[in-house]
Design a binder for this molecule. Structure first.
Ligand SMILES: [Mg+2]
Length: 302
């Protein structure tokens, strides 16, 4: 914390350092930062911390999002080529804030729509990716098991892959109907469908190699058939080499609607468990100001 303040002081910015204990506190802190007109808010942690902050910033807020990568995977920092040491990350993003190196860029965000128990509508924004199926089952598997949580602490990101292997065993595909941009619904049995604002699922799998956060669209990758098929093909996504064919398809859209036809597939949003009642995903074009010291990064459209 002292480091964060020192980095800002060095550059002549006034920074308030706030320790948050829960995602809700991080969301509330972001709301206050926006209301007080702060130039930027930095999430010190992983992608989950950035996600909590995003929930507190209204669409079009002039408070820019910065990241100090201290989490398990740090996908946003990885995607945007931020320095991975805290001091360097802060300095470079302050340079972007001042327009000396890179700049703050208006980027798209995604929004997941779901229903509450009383029938009212709820929504949640995302920065990176939302997905239904195997990957979400792996996230759920870690959250629901002390042993797998221990594995995550010990191994970091590979723990998600091991959890996915365990979840794929004997699991059938989820039959769903889906519609893109108001087109007639199609039915399909999916093992995994990822909706990416960004390219990477974790820092290992480049599932949407052509996705950018500035094109006003989201990228859907769909694996048909049992979840183990998605798992077996996943190594090909290591460097964006996923073969596309009958079982794997890509689509670009602005709004997706999904109806489960039997069991509801599990969902994850930016690496955390998502609502079981999610029924639609929208793009919010140019909805978030982000500090981007390396605007040539592919995901930024550079
Ligand atoms: Mg896009």
């Amino acid at each position: 914390m002292a480091l964060c303040r020192a980095a800002c002081d060095q550059r002549g910015h006034t920074a308030e350092v706030i320790a948050t204990r829960t995602p809700e506190e991080a969301t509330e802190t972001a709301r206050q930062a926006h209301e007080s007109g702060a130039a930027a808010i930095f999430g010190c942690g992983g992608d989950g911390t950035l996600s909590s902050i995003l929930q507190g910033l209204p669409v079009g807020s002039s408070t820019a999002l910065g990241a100090v990568p201290l989490g398990t995977a740090n996908v946003w920092a990885y995607e945007t080529n931020l320095p991975m040491t805290p001091m360097a990350a802060i300095s470079s993003q302050l340079a972007a804030l001042e327009g000396r190196e890179g700049s703050s860029i208006w980027i798209d965000t995604g929004r997941v729509w779901s229903t509450n128990a009383d029938g009212s509508v709820a929504s949640q924004r995302f920065l990176l990716m939302a997905s239904w199926g195997l990957d979400a089952a792996a996230v759920n598997g870690i959250a629901g098991s002390d042993r797998r949580r221990g594995m995550k602490r010990m191994l970091g990101e590979p723990a998600y892959f091991l959890s996915a292997v365990q979840e794929a065993i004997g699991r059938k595909a989820w039959p769903i109907a889906f519609s893109l941009d108001g087109a007639p619904p199609r039915t399909v049995e999916v093992g995994l469908m990822t909706v990416g604002n960004t390219r990477m699922l974790g820092t290992w799998l480049e599932v949407n190699p052509k996705a950018t956060v500035v094109d006003g669209e989201l990228d859907l990758l769909m694996f048909k058939g049992a979840p183990w098929r998605a798992l077996a093909l996943s190594p090909f996504a290591r460097h964006g080499w996923l073969p596309h064919g009958p079982g794997v398809s890509n689509h670009r859209f602005r709004r997706l609607e999904m109806t489960p036809l039997k069991e509801t597939p599990p969902m994850q949003i930016d690496g955390e468990i998502g609502p079981a009642t999610a029924y639609a995903i929208d793009i919010e074009p140019q909805a978030l100001k982000a500090l981007c010291p390396v605007p040539t990064s592919e995901v930024l459209g550079g």
